[in-house]
Design a protein around this ligand. Structure first.
Ligand code: SF4
Length: 364
C-alpha cells in the first residue's frame, strides 16, 4: 500500500519525493512539510492550495502517497478549569485522546502513542482495555495539530502521557517528536517534548544510544521491586537495579542535569516511610525531581489520597533533598486526569459504541 504522506518523517521527505519522480525534491520537501506539519493540511485539495503545486506535481504525489485525515474527531469536553479533552477515532474504530492543559508557562498537550495499552498497570484505566494498535507518526502529529486548531491556542509543550507506552512504539514516537520539533513543522523546542516511560530497559538504552534530545521521564511509582511488580506487571522483566542504571546513563551520557521520576501516590501502597527509605537508598547519587501525582479515581481497588495525605507525604519526602512537585491533574473531575484516560473508551465499548456521557457535554 502507498505510504500516507503524513507518515513520512520530515527528514525522509526529500528521498521519498525523489523516489516519487519529483524534480527539486528538497524544495518540495520543504513546501510539503510546512503545508502538512505546520499548517495541518488534511487533503490533496489543501496541498494543491499551494499555488506552486501544479497538476503534474499533484499527479506524481497522488501516485506515490495517500493523503487525507487519519483521525475522525469523535467528541470534545471542556472541564471547569478549561482543561480540554478531544476524542479521536482511528480508521480501525479505536478511540484515543488528547488532553490540553493550561498553565502559566503555556499550553501542554498530553498525547496518545498507542490505542489502549498491553502493560496492564493496575492503577491505570488504559491498562484495562488492552493494546489494540500503535499510532503512526502521522496519526500522532495530526492529533497535535487538530487539537491545537480546535482549541484555538498554540501548543507549547507535548507530553507522551496519554494512552500507551511510548517506548513500545519507539520508531513512530521518535519520528513524531522529530516532526513536532522540526523548523518546517511546529518548531516545538526539544526541551518541551517529553516522553514518559514505565521503564523498558532495552528501549531506554536505545534512546541513549540514539542520543534522542527529548526529555525522558520515568514512571517510577515505587523504589521497591515488590511494589513495582504489584502495580506494574512489566516491572518483572525490568528489574529496578538495571532500570536505575539505565536512567543513570540517561543522566550521564545525555548530560541531563535533572532526571524526573513520576510517582503516583496511592494510599496503603507506596506512601509509607518504608517507600521513602527505598527512594532515598535507590536514587542516591542521581540528581532528580519527583513529580507526585495523587492517584485519580478510575474504579480500581485503590482509593485516592486526601489532600492532607498528599501534603504529609510530600513533607516526609523533604529528607530526600530533591525538588518535589505535586503534579496538577487537570480535568480529573471530568475523567481527564492522569491514569483516567480511556475510561470513556471503556464506556464506549460497554455501550455498543456510543459515548455514555450526558448529552450536551460532548460536541463532535
Ligand atoms: S500507566 Fe502507561 S504503561 Fe501502564 S497501563 Fe497505563 S498507559 Fe500502559
Amino acid at each position: 500500500m502507498r505510504p500516507h504522506l503524513r507518515d513520512v518523517p520530515i527528514p525522509d521527505l526529500p528521498a521519498a519525493l525523489r523516489a516519487a519522480g519529483l524534480r527539486k525534491p528538497d524544495f518540495w520537501a520543504r513546501r510539503l512539510a510546512v503545508r502538512i506539519h505546520l499548517h495541518g493540511a488534511l487533503s490533496w485539495e489543501d496541498i494543491a492550495a499551494d499555488p506552486e503545486v501544479g497538476p503534474r506535481v499533484r499527479a506524481a504525489l497522488e501516485a506515490a502517497f495517500r493523503m487525507g485525515p487519519q483521525l475522525e474527531h469523535a467528541g470534545a469536553r471542556v472541564a471547569e478549569d478549561r482543561t480540554r479533552k478531544d476524542l479521536w477515532r482511528l480508521a480501525g474504530g479505536q478511540i484515543v485522546e488528547t488532553v490540553l492543559l493550561r498553565n502559566r508557562k503555556g499550553r501542554t498537550l498530553c498525547v496518545s502513542s498507542q490505542a489502549g495499552c498491553g502493560l496492564g498497570c493496575t492503577f491505570c484505566a488504559t491498562g484495562r482495555i488492552g493494546w489494540t494498535k500503535n499510532l503512526t507518526p502521522g496519526e500522532i502529529t495530526e492529533s497535535v495539530l487538530r487539537a491545537q486548531a480546535l482549541a484555538g491556542e498554540r501548543v507549547s509543550d507535548v507530553v507522551f502521557m496519554g494512552q500507551g507506552e511510548p517506548l513500545q512504539n519507539y520508531d513512530a514516537v521518535m519520528a513524531a517528536c522529530g516532526n513536532l520539533h522540526h523548523q518546517h513543522g511546529m518548531s516545538i523546542s526539544h526541551r518541551r517534548i517529553t516522553v514518559s516511560t514505565v521503564g523498558l530497559i532495552p528501549q531506554i538504552h536505545r534512546f541513549v544510544a540514539d542520543r534522542q534530545p527529548w526529555r525522558l521521564h520515568l514512571s517510577l511509582h515505587a523504589a521497591k521491586q515488590t511494589t513495582r511488580e504489584r502495580i506494574m506487571p512489566i516491572a518483572r522483566k525490568n528489574p529496578l537495579p538495571e532500570l536505575l542504571a539505565a536512567m543513570r546513563s540517561v543522566q550521564e551520557q545525555l548530560e541531563r542535569r535533572w532526571l524526573t521520576f513520576q510517582y503516583v501516590a496511592i494510599p496503603d501502597v507506596n506512601m509509607d516511610d518504608e517507600h521513602i527509605d527505598a527512594l532515598e537508598r535507590e536514587l542516591a547519587g542521581l540528581r532528580y525531581i519527583i513529580n507526585v501525582i495523587p492517584w485519580n479515581e478510575m474504579g480500581a481497588e485503590y482509593r485516592p489520597p486526601s489532600w492532607a495525605e498528599v501534603k504529609d507525604f510530600t513533607t516526609r519526602l523533604r529528607r530526600l533533598a530533591c525538588p518535589v512537585k505535586i503534579r496538577y491533574s487537570g480535568g480529573k473531575q471530568e475523567g481527564m486526569g492522569c491514569g483516567q484516560l480511556s475510561a470513556e473508551q471503556i464506556e464506549v465499548a460497554a455501550s455498543g459504541g456510543h459515548l455514555l456521557a450526558p448529552p450536551g457535554i460532548f460536541t463532535a
